[in-house]
Ligand binder design. Sequence first.
Ligand SMILES: Nc1ncnc2c1ncn2[C@@H]1O[C@H](COP(=O)(O)OP(=O)(O)OP(=O)(O)O)[C@@H](O)[C@H]1O
Length: 686
Amino acid sequence: LRKKFFFLTFEITENFDYRIWSLTQRAVRQSTTRTSKPPGVALKFILGPAVLTVSARLFCHVAHCEADVNNNTPVEVVAKNPVPDFKWHVLWEFVKPQLFTLVCAVVLAFGAAILNIQIPLMLGDLVNVVARYLRENTGNYVHEIRGPALKLLGLYGIQGLLTSGYIVLLSRVGERVAADMRKTLFASLLRQDVAFFDANKTGQLVNRLTADIQEFKSSFKLVISQGLRSITQTVGCFVSLYVISPKLTGLTVLVLPCLVGAGALIGSFLRRLSRLAQEQVAKATGVADEALGNVRTVKAFAMEERELQLYAYEVDKSCEMNENLGTGIAIFQGLLNYQHYANVFVPNVLFGCLSDCSEVKTHNLLHDDFSFTVKCILSKVVNYKSCIHFMFRSLASISILFGQVVRGMSSGARVFEYLALQPTIPLSGGGRIPYHSLTGRVDFMNVSFSYPTRPGHQVLQRFSLTLPPSKTVAIVGESGGGKSTVASLLERFYDPTSGVVMLDGLDIRTLDLCWLRSQVIGFINQEPVLFGSSVMENIRFGKPEATDAEVINAAKQANAHGFITGFPDGYNTVVGERGVTLSGGQKQRIAISRALIKNPSILVLDEATSALDAESERVVQEALDRATRGRTVLIIAHRLSTIQRADLICVMSNGRIVEAGTHVELLSKGGYYSDLIRRQRAEGQK
Ligand SMILES: Nc1ncnc2c1ncn2[C@@H]1O[C@H](COP(=O)(O)OP(=O)(O)OP(=O)(O)O)[C@@H](O)[C@H]1O
């Protein structure tokens, strides 16, 4: 691992690729997770009907972030959440709209379960008829057997109908609850701050939306259908057992709390295993997601084998954990059956029936009739055994269900955890400045800022800058100096740690964020991300209500109309995932169209042309020159040639402006800027 870490760190110092940075992080993560101590465990369990009521909270991680200010080595940011509780009131909110259907399903399931209890008793009656006929060989066998047989047949029929009915209703409830959960979770995720996405991997978030909700849905359906049936059957059989033999049933009552207690204990352990196993699955998904999402970079570095190893490592760990969980559940079931069958009930059945059959005793006292004794015992034994058999089957299915409940509750708790998250920067609410009075003046006043994931590392320090209305201000400077961070603060992806960002003299924290982003600021960055839909839809993303004519007009302004109409499908051309079927310059011009269609007062260009070759840069630059007219523009630039006509050029270093002026002023100063120009010219000549 150390070797891997060294190799990857070397790569990043060569400034190769962001992807390598993330690989490096992963290497660090693996080494730290292997050496880190296991988290503290606070077991919590409640005796009683353990399966359904034990709290999901098991142990607690303390959230912490690490930062190494003096060292440029990528630092791992670990955001560990406390283990979430399963919140019943949140579940209730989802179940409430389906309550009627659910109640119907429960009633049908309950009916089916009650009929199930009748079956052993009916079987007993049937056996009695057969036994009597075999023993006495008198009477009309067909006539006597017909009654119980038809009753049994009818019972099975009705039970079948009830079963189909509740399964249909229950699957409807399950699917709708799951769909509502997915939609709400997705909405909640989209609402989160950018900082949230800095700290959480996309793969893990997608896992919440897919695997966790799927798991929860299966558990939910199973608990209601099988759980209800099994519990009803257990209780019903218990009552029947009591009627047949109170003494033996008393013994069972004594033994059962011990079983439930042991079950709760093992259950709390299994729940912990299950949660860890699910987290591991999400981790493996995250690795695959990252590799597939960046497949070109993986291929460019011939890293397929390494990615495979990383994925295999995570998958093997998850496999091992799930195997442990399976073993735990198996042992639990085994113990349950063993205890029930071998230790307590079976040896006592005959004894219990014989000693408890008061009917037999009374009859014997009066008549001393041995054949009656045998007949009575036979009937009781058959009934008792049938009931016991059904009760054990129900208990066994409860124990199988138990594993599912454990997994379902952990999944549900993880989903509910994200549902409850509130963004620190609310998307809506706050004031709007009327369009006709908006000038587009921006002031950064004494802004200091650290990224939430690296609180110890101050990126901006008492930074002040004014973007006058309809003027172009460019920021240049060393890599990592904080240029893009300024743009992020203007977009309000983050809020400053101290100081304010103002728009037309108003603190942007008091303004409606949705309005600010959708109508005031147009943002174009170095690597425009397009969606895998048509060109038309991608441009319309900037203004969903835009007409086709508006889309075409925006494309014309961005120098994009020509190449778009050159495609066989024109504006209906599908651009592929992330716009993979377009060239860099074409993608950039579509991104410019997308920003221009909302006619923003402020335009932020974050190194918009730095990834392009000379010809593409010329075409895109033309588009940008046209787009910036009459707007307040903030340009974050690498290539100094593109910003020479800016009204103000600021040179940034270590989170501060160290020099500011026009191109000519700065050149004549002979300071940082002229040094940058000289260095860039020298690089260009190499
Ligand atoms: N999302 C983030 N979370 C934590 N730290 C970040 C994040 N984004 C940037 N940083 C850190 O903030 C500092 C400033 O980054 P920023 O991207 O603003 O620099 P820059 O001047 O735009 O660099 P470049 O010219 O290379 O794009 C860097 O040290 C960087 O590592």
